[in-house]
Design a protein around this ligand. Structure first.
Ligand SMILES: Cc1cc2nc3c(=O)[nH]c(=O)nc-3n(C[C@H](O)[C@H](O)[C@H](O)COP(=O)(O)OP(=O)(O)OC[C@H]3O[C@@H](n4cnc5c(N)ncnc54)[C@H](O)[C@@H]3O)c2cc1C
Length: 482
């Protein structure tokens, strides 16, 4: 089996920035920027983004009373952004119910020895300007992520050039980037937030899509190990649109920023501080799991928690939709749609170790499903201490003890030793639907339910498994429906 060890940022975006930094080093950045700017101007347009649909000044619906009672279930980014937006629009009677004793969901910072370690989301692509603006608006510091990149193969150091040229020439890579950009221009649904009205070609599994679009192959193949490593599934299964949104976003980031600026942003005080700040604008009840919701014919919604039952006029479901069946009086249509959502079982481990390089190394063993249950990446974010974070995709049903054992074994295989395990986290990662579900109108059906029975749906299954896109989906929904 061919194994690449490549150093990158410990992030979903990071693997791409590794590739793109490499690309830019390789391809002479100024020439590329000049070329692409010229191409943009020939095309008569500039970059757009799938996170830039948030408009703080959009027209408000004033027909609805601002004092109506609105329940939001789930205090992750989807629920908190919806609540924040409602607050901005003057709604006074909004309650967020969060089952955990903290807000943020998959945004989760672990603090150790006074330093922040992200066990969930880490970085923000710089072209999500509205999200960055939102973070700044609520007073959270944001900085360029300091990435350093090099590659190793079977333990031997590999330069960017050797790694990239192992499969494609510089020219093939450059033309593929430009082709990706122009393909996105021809298909605006790639840049648009959400998954509604996706053309059939983009619902094909990625491999089938690439057969139809060979000019995109070099870039897609270079990014494939990263997509797989970060839990976004496999090219032979997952609809192309999921990858194209990220490819488009990464191309834009690099065109816009170049590698010198740091291709991604992060939150030095911890991503969860942003979630806490967003929560501070609303009435958020943590440690309050919703156990039952019943909606009657008169439009009244009764929300039952571990403490009490309260009546509301509107309901926003911001928990993973498939888990809503455990508390919601679901209609057959809701149940059917919720049960079509799939995930990957993903784990992170924060640990102290000896004998490991003080850097971030991703092990893209290959792009086939048989690498599950193996260490995929580890990072030493602060470089001057012995605390690491490691990442692994895990078979469903594996016990936490076995996962920990596999992490420890993975570190040993690299010549290191886990001295102390600090925090093991399990994530239901990347909610998505199949090609056939998407092709048969999954998102249109879900979209048509928005507002029925005074109920709305948000979350990363609708906005894509990224914080800014999930926030944008919630904010857009509030602007549209409230
Ligand atoms: C390891 C990892 C790395 C990631 N890296 C990045 C990254 O670098 N950049 C990026 O943009 N994104 C990243 N992501 C993805 C991003 O974190 C998610 O897309 C986003 O946080 C999803 O938000 P959400 O609100 O849809 O769902 P969640 O975060 O899952 O929130 C749902 C909330 O609902 C609550 N809940 C569930 N049931 C109930 C109930 N019955 N009653 C009350 N509350 C309930 C949960 O406790 C949770 O807080 C990463 C995710 C992980 C796990």
């Amino acid at each position: 089996m061919k194994i690449f060890y490549y150093q990158t940022t410990p992030t979903i975006g990071g693997r791409n920035s590794a590739s793109f930094n490499s690309l830019f080093n390789l391809l002479a950045l100024p020439t590329l920027i000049l070329l692409t700017s010229t191409l943009f101007s020939i095309a008569g347009c500039g970059p757009s983004s799938n996170g830039k649909t948030v408009s703080i000044n959009s027209t408000e619906k004033t027909s609805l009373g601002k004092d109506q009672r609105i329940a939001i279930i789930g205090g992750g980014v989807a629920g908190l952004s919806a609540a924040y937006r409602l607050n901005q629009k003057g709604y006074t009677n909004v309650v967020v119910f969060e089952k955990s004793n903290r807000v943020g969901g998959k945004v989760s910072t672990f603090f150790y020895d006074g330093l922040a370690y992200e066990t969930g989301a880490i970085v923000v692509s710089p072209h999500f300007t509205d999200f960055i603006k939102l973070a700044r608006e609520v007073g959270i510091e944001i900085k360029g992520y300091p990435g350093e990149f090099s590659y190793f193969e079977n333990g031997d150091h590999m330069s960017h050039k050797q790694f990239l040229n192992s499969e494609f020439s510089q020219w093939e890579i450059l033309t593929s980037m430009v082709s990706t950009y122009f393909y996105s221009l021809r298909h605006p649904e790639i840049a648009r937030n959400g998954f509604k009205d996706i053309p059939e070609e983009l619902t094909l599994p990625m491999n089938a899509f690439l057969l139809e679009n060979p000019s995109l192959v070099p870039l897609a193949r270079l990014l494939e190990p990263g997509f797989v490593t970060f839990g976004y599934g496999y090219y032979n299964q997952i609809p192309a649109i999921y990858y194209l949104k990220e490819m488009h976003s990464t191309v834009l980031s690099m065109f816009a920023e170049g590698p010198e600026t740091g291709a991604y942003f992060y939150f030095p005080e911890g991503y969860s501080t942003l979630m806490q700040r967003l929560a501070s604008y609303s009435d958020v009840k943590t440690a309050t799991p919703v156990t039952k919701v019943s909606r009657n014919d008169k439009g009244i919604i009764k929300v039952t928690t571990n403490n009490e039952t309260t009546e509301f006029d509107k309901l926003i479901i911001a928990t993973p939709l498939d888990t809503a069946v455990s508390y919601l009086d679901t209609s057959n249509e809701e149940k059917e749609l919720f049960e079509m959502i799939h995930y990957y079982n993903y784990y992170t481990l924060v640990f102290r170790a000896s004998g490991l390089p003080k850097e971030t190394i991703s092990l893209a063993t290959n792009t086939k499903p048989d690498f599950v249950d193996n260490l995929m990446m580890f990072g030493n974010p602060y470089k001057d201490n012995d605390v690491y974070i490691a990442y692994m995709q895990v078979s469903v049903g594996t016990s936490d003890d076995k996962v920990l054992h596999n992490f420890i074994k993975g570190v040993e295989n690299l010549g290191g030793k886990v001295e102390k395990s600090l925090k093991l986290s399990q994530w239901s990662y990347f909610p998505h639907v199949s090609s056939s579900a998407m092709k048969s109108g999954y998102f249109e059906k879900l979209g048509s339910l928005q507002g029925k029975r005074n109920t709305y749906y948000v979350g990363s299954v609708l906005g894509h498994e990224f914080v800014p896109t999930t926030a944008a989906y919630s904010i857009n929904l509030i602007d549209r429906e409230f």
